[in-house]
Ligand binder design. Structure first.
Ligand code: 1CP
Length: 334
């Protein structure tokens, strides 16, 4: 059996639906919580290549997913270019006040050295026998989403500061630095053994204007860069108003949809392979409703190359048996 996610993306295979879940390595797993308890510093945990490898493999052992996504975080990028990052329990990420001078002086060599353990974890994971027929997914945050965290210094879940764009020159210069290091980060992951790259634009939905400058053009640059490395790239522009326009311009190899978009409209409009869509909250409901909802997506995409996944990350409250039910339903679907 070959790698199923790349088979779907590159060969447009529709005979079966590969499956993996965003945030599959995470807090809904008791074996993850066990390790996390002993490792309160999240960044340090990401930089422990043995533990990061173990955490990446945990969901694959349990559910036999078709791919493993490296246990790391999109915020390793600001960390790598010397903007300090901490994760506070119950609050989320906290970044030190943004200083252009500090990040401007980071060299590519220093960046790679600082987060070398992430790459080591990828090569350790990829060479584990359990990964033989599995895809090894590396990832980055999209330039826009990274910019938002770096300037905002915490989650923008309550919206962007009104004066976010006041210093447009500073923003432009910062975007160029982000783009340069994102390319390096992608290349390092591919060199270490990642055979797919996913680009998470978790805050794409925050913008109604300036989409060309901050989302489409910079993401297109990364997509072209990744394709030139010979690796397929999946984009997740969460909350973007027009997925078709995004795909037409950015041309990723596959697109992950969020749970607010109508999958019927997507299957009519979008020709490239599609991934995801199911609302992760459905996994908190009952099995009957879950099976119905999973089949709803599978039926809509039955003649389209489709990778089963969610419309956002799996929630920490999710029960193991509900994940088992999803996998079973997807694998038994004819
Ligand atoms: O134990 C804990 O408290 C840590 C929770 C956690 C985990 C498991 C965080 C903090 N990050 C991660 C790992 C992670 N993050 C992965 C690993 C692989 C996997 O998917 O299994 C990935 C791909 C990410 C990506 C990520 N981090 C995104 C993009 C996807 C998304 O969720 O939108 C974002 C926005 C982040 C930032 C981040 N890291 C962690 C949290 C809680 C957040 C979101 C904070 C916010 O609301 O802004």
């Amino acid at each position: 059996m070959s790698k199923q996610i790349t088979n779907c993306i590159l060969n447009k295979n529709t005979t079966n639906n590969p499956i993996w879940l965003m945030r599959q390595a995470g807090r809904y797993l008791p074996e993850f919580r066990e390790i996390r308890k002993e490792n309160p510093n999240f960044i340090k945990l990401c930089l422990n290549s043995d533990l990061a490898t173990e955490i990446t493999l945990q969901p694959i052992r349990r559910f036999d997913f078709d791919g493993g996504i490296i246990f790391s975080d999109i915020l390793m990028l600001p960390y790598g270019i010397n903007q300090e990052v901490e994760f506070e329990k119950g609050f989320g990420p906290k970044l030190k006040t943004f200083q252009l001078d500090k990040i401007k002086n980071t060299s590519e060599i220093d960046f790679t050295k600082k987060i070398q353990q992430v790459y080591k974890a990828i090569s350790k994971t990829a060479s584990n026998p359990i990964m033989t027929n599995k895809d090894m997914i590396g990832f980055v945050g999209a330039p826009w989403t990274i910019l938002v965290y770096m300037i905002n210094c915490s989650s923008p879940k309550n919206g962007l500061n009104k004066n976010f764009f006041d210093d447009e020159l500073l923003i432009k210069e910062t975007m160029m630095i982000i783009e340069k290091f994102l390319k390096l980060h992608i290349r390092n992951q591919v060199d270490a053994g990642a055979n797919i790259i996913q680009i998470f634009d978790s805050w794409a939905g925050l913008l109604d204007s300036k989409i060309d400058d901050y989302i489409l053009n910079p993401t297109l640059n990364l997509v072209e860069y990744t394709k030139n490395l010979g690796v397929p790239v999946i984009c997740f522009p969460r909350g973007i108003k027009n997925y078709k326009n995004f795909c037409d311009i950015v041309k990723p190899d596959a697109v992950n949809i969020d749970y607010d978009v109508d999958p019927i409209k997507i299957v009519k409009e979008i020709k490239i392979p599609v991934q995801g869509g199911l609302d992760p909250k459905i996994l908190l409901s009952d099995k009957e409703n879950l099976i119905k909802s999973v089949k709803h997506y599978l039926n809509i995409f039955k003649d389209h190359p489709y990778i089963f996944n969610l419309g956002h990350g799996i929630l920490p409250e999710t029960k193991i048996e509900m994940v088992e039910e999803v996998v079973k339903t997807v694998r038994e679907f004819k």
